[in-house]
Design a binder for this molecule. Structure first.
Ligand code: AMP
Ligand code: MN
Ligand code: MN
Ligand code: MN
Length: 277
């Protein structure tokens, strides 16, 4: 049985480890197949692929796309893509292009909430000039002592309804799935248990995702407890979607679950990798 971890971040987005270091860590932890899925960018894939060859593990080229669905932000993981595909490369560029202006608005909102210097502070944590995320702001807020830890940041500042959160229009679901399919990849609804929507809205989301051509649901993720796993396994079966699993690893100290440290997929699900060569 191969060990799969199909969701992880590097310094190409808001992970703490460089792509090659991440791959080595995953290999050491017994991962056989690792997907690098940085937010809205694939800039880490080349380095990761080089190191994966050395470490004799399989590197699945991927990304995690930011999508607006109604007033919600959802994430669609792209797996097993052709990273040279122009439609996907340009689509990710469009998503990233909104991030700087959004970050400026986050800094202004934090300033208004009594936290000065967040722009410069967040920039100190940015590791790719191509991308700034809320995680970079969160690390600064922890460092500056405004909150205890990363969890606390998103309880008090950077999540919907809180000071420091700003609305933003990402890609549409149609666009994201279209780009992923143009690149020959699978589109995976990431960590659905994290979305703060009603059960009815969740069924609508999953049905719409499937109708748009979506391929799989991320059933196993550290964001899911046992009830979530059962619920999303059932939704995958009912809607004829495949299932995926990933640690959503961001780095040592920050992520509690290490690469590959995942329970098995529930029985009766079709793994997203079942159709891969
Ligand atoms: P963004 O794509 O800029 O909205 O940033 C999203 C990122 O913020 C996530 O991928 C995580 O790295 C981080 N994040 C969001 N919510 C939380 C949370 N509750 N706890 C820890 N990190 C979070
Ligand atoms: Mn992240
Ligand atoms: Mn995500
Ligand atoms: Mn992620």
């Amino acid at each position: 049985m191969l060990r799969y971890d199909l969701h992880a971040h590097s310094t190409a987005s808001d992970g703490l480890l460089a792509p090659d270091v991440l791959v080595r860590r995953a290999a050491e932890r017994g991962v056989d197949v690792l997907a690098l899925t940085d937010h809205d960018d694939m800039a880490g894939l080349a380095l990761a692929a080089d190191r994966a060859r050395e470490a004799r593990i399989r590197l699945v080229p991927g990304a995690e796309l930011s999508v607006s669905w109604g007033d919600q932000t959802i994430h669609i993981v792209a797996l097993n893509v052709d990273a040279q595909c122009t439609a996907l490369v340009q689509g990710l560029e469009v998503i990233r292009s909104g991030r700087d202006g959004r970050a400026r608005r986050i800094a202004a909102a934090l300033e208004a909430a009594g936290i000065p210097g967040a722009w410069d502070g967040a920039l100190r944590y940015v590791t790719s000039e191509r991308l700034i995320s809320r995680a970079h702001f969160a690390r600064y807020l922890v460092e500056a002592g405004f909150v205890r830890d990363m969890k606390d940041v998103f309880k008090r500042y950077l999540a919907p309804g809180l000071p420091g959160y700003v609305e933003h229009a990402w890609a549409t679901l149609d666009e994201a799935v279209g780009w992923i399919h143009a690149a020959g990849g699978d589109a995976v609804l990431a960590h659905p248990g994290r979305y703060r929507i009603t059960p009815a809205a969740m069924r609508t989301l999953v049905a719409q995702f499937r109708d748009t051509g979506g391929d799989a649901i991320e059933v196993i993720t550290p964001a899911h407890d046992a009830d979530d796993i059962a619920r999303f396994a059932a939704l995958a079966r009912v809607h004829g979607l495949k299932a995926s699993q990933g640690s959503d690893y961001h780095g040592p100290g920050e992520s509690l679950v290490e690469p590959g440290d995942l329970p098995p997929l529930p029985a009766g699900l079709v793994p997203v990798w079942s159709s891969w060569q």
